[in-house]
Design a binder for this molecule. Structure first.
Ligand code: NAD
Ligand code: UGA
Length: 485
């Protein structure tokens, strides 16, 4: 089949690349010329500057010019295309509603071209973007407005997680296709023939509105589950004596009905979608006059979690950030990506700067260019001049008064020794990801350890078997600290 993928970001590029592996003729179209030029080189470095996903550059290089083509001119491919996928960004607006302007620009442009198309064969327009319930119907009305003939609309939400985009596209848990007519459902069955009747992958056909709702329900349920662990599990282990976070997790998730995914407590779930999608669902339900108490609570817990450790450092460790230098380890919203959208690190930096830190010494194995270019540009906020970037975690912590671990990069699990050889106690280690399995060595040596999901630990507390909040809470070490993510 001939396919056009509109929008070549984290969803569109992997989707186009993996479809091309199945022998479809795939044209990946984007309005961003520099991005398309980078993809056209087929070079890993150029591709990864935009979408850094394991294995993706190889799939692009293998199929480039054979089954996979990149273009900034959709006009030249409209004539005999069977299926168009919308993989366009749908960011949140201030009031939580979804900004559909990018999506609608593309929809109107395409409608204009399709209205002039000579080829009478049917065209199916498929939303992979996460869009408010009713958007497929809106797309249909745009097509009718332009007089486009023989067109069907469908919703086929994307469920991949970043860092696993290629595998997530090749072997998703499920494929959800919402369409109105048997003809359109059949076109998508042909397109996705590798998934239909698959023994493990569920192929669900439904209405466009149900498919759209499934996407919002899925993301908000996942965030609700993470927030349950952050808002209840972590709080218990921080506040009550002698509770081991990791044992709590094992004990609760040993029930086959309860997943371990999401039980990794953290400094808040980031990424481009959880926050925006829950806000959008709140907005959509409010507009329908329905209660959103649960969703609002979940959103609030997650936002609070992003700077909670800094508040704890001030109140429990009595640490003053004013004029201090803080090493920030991890900028990406999770490991194995350079994406910083809604990353906890953004809120951490905001909070540290508001508390008057003199300098932030940042390190991230993948996201430093992204941080410099798109998030902490000193031209936009002169306070960002206080952020410097370093090639290693050790270099970042050199000369600092405290450190904050924000991302669950594997390499941070070995930091204990680096801390001991680089900075002197009493030095505050804020661990937003529970990354230090041997933190007791630090505590024994006089460092102050403040993890999410655990009490403040310092040498003196340990001697007294008390936490430093003075409420007589016994600070027992959590021996089995495992990695988040
Ligand atoms: P992205 O910002 O990485 O990519 C969007 C691309 O669309 C950009 O390259 C942009 O230039 C392009 N674009 C914008 N307007 C255009 C237009 N008029 N014509 C052509 N191209 C245009 O976004 P993303 O992360 O890939 O997300 C895309 C959608 O998929 C969103 O709705 C998101 O909620 C959803 N989603 C994302 C993920 C994820 O992991 N990132 C997972 C599931 C669903
Ligand atoms: C998430 C969903 O997992 C995907 O199914 C969905 O398609 C996607 O959003 C989307 O719609 O964009 P993603 O944002 O890539 O995927 O990343 P996740 O792996 O879900 O992690 C999100 C955040 O939650 C990260 O900050 C991660 O560190 C955090 N997290 C995850 C936890 O804090 N604890 C956990 O146990 C798991």
């Amino acid at each position: 089949m001939k396919i056009v993928v509109i929008g070549t970001g984290y969803v569109g590029l992997p989707h186009a690349a993996v479809l091309s592996e199945y022998g479809h003729e795939v044209y990946a179209y984007d309005i961003d010329e520099t991005r398309i030029k980078a993809y056209q080189t087929g070079e890993a470095e150029a591709i990864e500057r935009y979408v850094n996903e394991p294995g993706l550059a190889d799939v692009v290089a293998e199929n480039l010019g054979r089954y996979l083509f990149f273009t900034t001119d959709i006009n030249e491919v409209v004539e005999d295309t069977d299926v168009f996928f919308f993989c366009i960004n749908t960011p949140p607006q201030r009031d939580g509603s979804t900004d559909l302007s990018y999506y609608l620009d593309a929809a109107h442009h395409l409608a204009d071209l399709l209205a002039q198309r000579a080829n009478p064969s049917r065209v199916v327009l498929v939303n992979k973007s996460t869009v408010p319930i009713g958007t497929a119907r809106l797309l249909e009305s745009v097509m009718h407005e332009y007089g486009v003939k023989n067109v069907g609309v469908a919703s086929n939400p994307e469920f991949l997680a970043q860092g696993n985009a290629v595998e997530g596209s090749r072997r998703p848990d499920r494929v959800v296709v919402g369409a109105d007519t048997e003809e359109d459902l059949e076109a998508l069955r042909r397109l996705y023939s590798q998934f239909v009747n698959h023994v493990r992958i569920r192929y669900l056909e439904t209405t466009p509105e149900t498919a759209e709702a499934i996407k919002y329900m899925s993301n908000t349920l996942l965030l609700t589950y993470i927030s349950f662990w952050n808002g209840v599990g972590a709080r218990l282990a921080e506040a009550m004596p002698n509770i081991r976070m990791e044992d709590l997790k094992i004990g609760v998730t040993s029930d086959a009905r309860i997943s371990t995914w999401g039980s990794y407590v953290s400094n808040g779930a980031g990424g481009s979608c959880f926050g925006k999608d829950i806000q959008s669902l709140i907005y959509q339900l409010n507009r329908a006059g329905r209660s959103t108490d649960l969703l609002q609570a979940v959103y609030g817990i997650n936002e609070y979690q992003k700077t909670y450790l800094i508040d704890r450092a001030v109140h429990e460790a009595r640490f003053s950030f004013n004029q201090k230098t803080v090493a920030l380890l991890g900028l990406a919203f999770k490991k194995r990506t350079n994406d910083m959208r809604d990353s906890a690190a953004l809120r951490v930096v905001e909070s540290l700067l508001a508390r008057g830190v003199r300098a932030i010494r940042a390190y991230d194995p993948l996201a430093m260019d992204e941080a410099r270019r798109n998030w902490f540009n000193p031209d936009k906020n002169h306070l960002f001049e206080r952020i410097s970037y370093h090639d290693t975690a050790k270099e970042a912590m050199t000369g600092s008064d405290a450190m904050y671990i924000s991302t669950d990069w594997e390499e941070f699990r070995g930091l204990t020794r680096t801390i001991q050889t680089t900075v002197k106690p009493p030095y505050l280690v804020m661990d937003g990801r529970r990354m230090l399995p041997d933190f007791e060595k630090l505590v024994d040596a006089g460092y102050v350890y403040l993890p999410v999901g655990g009490p403040l630990m310092s040498g003196s507390d340990k001697d007294n078997a008390k936490s430093s909040d003075g409420r007589g809470v016994v600070a027992i070490a959590h021996r089995d600290v495992r990695q988040v993510g």
